[in-house]
Ligand binder design. Structure first.
Ligand code: 5GP
Length: 204
């Protein structure tokens, strides 16, 4: 196992299906833990506080910013979203990997302070399919759908900042591809220096 757990960042335009991908991934790999974000947006139908998000008032969220309790935060379609710091620090110290599902701006900010973080961009098969998926989940008004489509176009411009791209056309296939990325990343020399050091250490 690596000395420190990895941070795995997944970004994708809203509607790409990243929640389903991450749910499958964490089910299959018990060493990967999902970082529950804080947000000021309202819960959607079956979302639960503390499971999908920590749903907070703007005032509480702003207090978390002031008290430096977030590793990063961003504004997306008129709401705040941020990653609580403590969970990530505790988990990675224990050698567990943590998966963050965050905006492109948030991802770039995390990479600056955590350069070994693995960045994966999940893509929809097409923009038409993306609009269909957002419309079919019946949770957004037309204004929000349009805003999310405009955001998607600008988010896609960040794809070159990411190390990996995975297309979410078939859920099981996309999950397998991400597993392969994670397996290869766990074998990187930089994450296994302790093993190498033990082998080359000589008695005086
Ligand atoms: P949604 O409202 O669809 O759940 O999320 C909207 C956007 O916020 C998505 O792109 C999602 O990845 C992003 N997001 C969720 N949590 C966080 C977070 O903690 N930080 C940042 N920067 N973005 C987040």
């Amino acid at each position: 196992m690596s000395q420190l757990g990895m941070l795995i960042i997944v970004s994708a335009p809203s509607g790409t299906g990243k929640n389903a991908v991450i749910r499958e991934l964490t089910k299959k790999d018990s060493n990967i833990f999902y970082s529950v974000s804080a947000t000021t947006r309202n819960p959607r139908n079956k979302e639960e506080n503390g499971v999908n998000y920590f749903f907070l008032s703007r005032e509480k969220f702003e207090n978390m910013i002031i008290n430096k309790q977030l590793i990063e935060w961003d504004e997306y379609v008129n709401n705040y979203y941020g990653t609580p710091k403590k969970f990530i620090e505790d988990m990675t110290k224990k050698g567990n990997d943590v998966i963050l599902e965050i905006t492109v701006e948030g991802a770039v900010n995390v990479k600056e302070i955590w350069p070994e973080a693995v960045m994966i961009f999940l893509l929809p098969p097409s923009m038409e399919e993306l609009r269909n998926r957002i419309t079919n989940r019946n949770t957004e008004c037309i204004e929000s759908i349009n805003k999310r489509m405009i955001s998607a176009e600008s988010e896609l411009k960040y794809v070159n900042d990411y190390e990996y791209v995975v297309i979410n056309d078939d859920l099981a296939y996309a999950v397998n591809q991400i597993e392969e990325i994670i397996h290869a990343e766990r074998l990187k020399t930089i994450r296994n220096k302790n093993i190498v050091n033990k082998l080359v250490r000589r008695k005086k």
